[in-house]
Design a protein around this ligand. Structure first.
Ligand SMILES: [Fe+2]
Length: 409
């Protein structure tokens, strides 16, 4: 069939990368250099990260406008760059120009191409990168499918499990169309929506997904109370409790109440072999216990809960709620571990085994900063605050900090 693409479309496609193309590039470990032209504070707060360090240069676009301004902004950027600012830029690696929404960086990429660089624009900018979702099948048999849906820029992981055409969604993220699309394409009916806890780092898609599908949304009632406001949630949800079992198709999910990260924190054990650990065990770290403002009080609970999880069989497959680095994924891009391996390889889990006092001392010395927006995100998740798309996106900016810092400080 004859192609109908115009010359303009073809040439634009050749100079633009979508967030999905950037993700593929990062996964393949092909080289890329990033020229980030966002404001200095935005750049310092959050950058695009890869499986390995991506060489990145930050030059705010407004600095580039301080040279003689031409009528054409590309001419202005070209002038600026040619005044000794291209020295650190590679000639043999693609350069991705990045800004917040992908508009200004388009002109920067054009200026770089005029100077002979192999330059591209990130379509939609860091906003599109932050909102990019990636889908990976973890396992699939005639009995059961487990799918991991991630937001790579934010380090958030969620899951869809299906058996006999009936699907359960665990920790759905804010853009619920991804779950609806997967279910429709796979011929699954979403029957249950489960959150492992009241999230602080991102806005849960749970209530919205439940509303769109008619499935019941479940949360532990302790997390139906905002821990800092001490106010009850206004969202509608059904209670989960320790030992509660959900049956769908030929599979079953058992609830394990594991207070620590939050008071209502739970993990979900699928068919006795796969643990959706939410915010408890991560692949290279463990969850922090202080996001409810009670780190010292909750750290011993966290210790007891993690001990309980460590008593599961070594073969248990661990599917966590977060990652801190893309490099935690296997080379095929899936974030998955085996409990027996994590027991020795994960520093936080080694400290669990060292004893309660050692664990509490370790954990209180390893707490990262407490992002102030987390208080508001918990309010949104409890229905205590309403936000539109722009404010939601602003609250979720950057990478989650639900794990302990990698080394104590
Ligand atoms: Fe969390």
């Amino acid at each position: 069939m004859e192609s109908t693409a115009t010359v303009e479309e073809v040439s634009e496609a050749a100079t633009v990368w979508s967030a999905a193309e950037l993700y593929e590039r990062i996964q393949s470990e092909d080289g890329v250099f990033i020229l980030d032209v966002r404001a200095e504070d935005e750049f310092e707060a959050w950058k695009i990260e890869g499986r390995r360090d991506i060489p990145t240069l930050g030059i705010p676009y407004y600095e580039m406008l301080e040279v003689d301004e031409h009528d054409d902004v590309v001419d202005t950027f070209q002038d600026f760059l040619s005044q000794g600012h291209t020295d650190g830029l590679p000639k043999d690696t693609p350069i991705l120009a990045v800004c917040a929404k992908g508009d200004t960086s388009e002109y920067v990429a054009e200026a770089l191409r005029r100077l002979g660089f192999d330059a591209f624009n990130l379509e939609g900018g860091t906003k599109a990168w932050g909102d990019h979702y990636h889908v990976e099948t973890i396992s699939e048999s005639s009995e059961r499918a487990v799918v991991q849906i991630s937001r790579p820029a934010r380090g958030c992981l969620s899951y869809v499990v299906a058996s006999q055409g009936k699907a359960v969604v665990i920790d759905p993220l804010r853009h619920v169309d991804h779950y609806l699309d997967l279910a429709r394409e796979s011929g699954w009916t979403i029957e249950l929506v489960l959150d492992t806890h009241g999230h602080a780092d991102h806005i849960s898609g749970g209530p919205a997904l439940a509303e769109k599908t008619g499935a019941a949304y479940h949360l532990h009632p302790y997390d139906g109370i905002h821990p800092l406001d001490v106010l009850p949630a206004t969202i509608s949800y059904e209670y989960v409790a320790d030992g509660k079992v959900f049956v769908f198709g030929n599979s079953r999910i058992e609830t394990l109440h594991i207070p620590g990260h939050t008071l209502g924190n739970v993990a979900y054990l699928l068919d006795g072999d796969t643990l959706f650990s939410g915010d408890s065990i991560f692949l290279e770290s463990i969850a922090r216990p202080d996001l409810g403002g009670r780190g010292e009080t909750w750290a011993p609970l966290h210790h007891a809960s993690l001990r309980r999880l460590l008593a599961l069989p070594a073969e248990t497959v661990i599917l966590p709620g977060h990652f801190s680095q893309l490099a935690e994924a296997a080379s095929d891009g899936r974030f998955v571990g085996r409990l027996g391996d994590l027991k020795d390889g994960n520093e936080g889990l080694r400290m669990v085994q060292a004893g309660k006092e050692e664990f509490v001392t370790y954990i209180l010395a390893s707490l990262p900063e407490f992002p102030e927006e987390y208080v508001d995100i918990k309010r949104v998740n409890a229905g205590l605050k309403d936000v539109g798309e722009e404010a939601a996106s602003e609250l979720e900016l950057g990478k989650n900090i639900c794990a302990l810092a990698s080394s104590p400080r």
